[in-house]
Design a protein around this ligand. Structure first.
Ligand code: HEC
Length: 223
């Protein structure tokens, strides 16, 4: 074999080898893009926005008012064994998807007082009867609810359940805050300064900025 033949042979080998390597790299890249598309990082379910006025009609159609008051609305008053929370202050508190979940999987988030002996939420299921479009509109209606005539600041009292200073949150189990919120356990954004020195179990009096939904003042009470 002449030298040039060896050279050509070697170059061809290198070429084929290099192509194989770059095909592999391209395949890997493609696979990664594919994976990212099918398992996007931080993926979350998103509900499309519907029509709140149609959603109000859905609320009426399924007699949701038989268990939920919506202040400012003229639905018949709720009554019975399994009455749930008043809903007019809900809108700013949660993303749209929360209302979807509350409707199709009520037991996912339900405090103990609202659970039956079987541990499940006392709220009945509507999944067999509600169309997906009704669910979309209904969720949008619930997310649109805003309390009216609520003062800029309200004061409540309760027990500190947890402090999440990284995300600046204090979780408080509080009594009813008249005209604003039922008794519940809830996390509120708060300035890290305000929760310094507090610990779970402490009793506090706190002021909520009702527009920002944040606690703006905390006074520690004697336990
Ligand atoms: C028989 C009573 C009853 C009916 C009817 C009912 N609910 Fe409920 N609902 C409850 C109870 C009890 C809870 C509290 C426990 C829970 O979160 O599942 C609740 C919770 C909720 C919550 C979550 C509230 C929160 O504070 O997180 C939403 C939203 C809600 N219901 C919407 C609806 C809608 C919309 C309908 C009509 C399609 C409806 N409910 C019908 C009893 C009812």
């Amino acid at each position: 074999m002449s030298r040039s033949a060896i050279f050509v042979g070697l170059s061809m080998f290198l070429f084929v080898f290099a192509s194989a390597v770059s095909v592999k790299a391209a395949e890997k890249r493609e696979l990664k893009a594919d994976l990212e598309m099918h398992h996007p990082k931080g993926w979350q379910f998103t509900m499309p926005k519907g029509d709140p006025s149609k959603g109000r009609a859905v609320f009426d159609k399924f007699s949701c008012y038989s268990c939920h008051e919506v202040r400012e609305e003229k639905f018949p008053a709720p009554g019975g064994e399994a009455v749930g929370p008043e809903l007019s202050q809900m809108g700013p508190l949660h993303p749209l998807e929360y209302f979807t979940e509350s409707t199709i999987n009520p037991s996912a988030v339900a405090s103990k007082k609202y659970r039956g002996a079987d541990g499940k939420s006392k709220m009945p299921s509507f999944n067999e009867d509600m169309t997906v479009q009704e669910l979309i509109d209904l969720s949008t209606y619930l997310a649109s609810l805003r309390p009216t005539g609520v003062p800029k600041f309200v004061t409540g009292e309760g027990k500190v359940i947890a402090l999440v200073s990284g995300s600046h949150q204090v979780v408080v189990e509080h009594g009813e805050i008249k005209g604003f919120m039922d008794a519940m356990t809830m996390g509120y954004p708060v300035d890290a300064k305000l929760i310094k020195g507090l610990k779970p179990g402490d009793m506090i009096r706190f002021t909520i900025d009702t527009e920002k939904r944040a606690i703006t003042k905390i006074v520690k009470l004697k336990n």
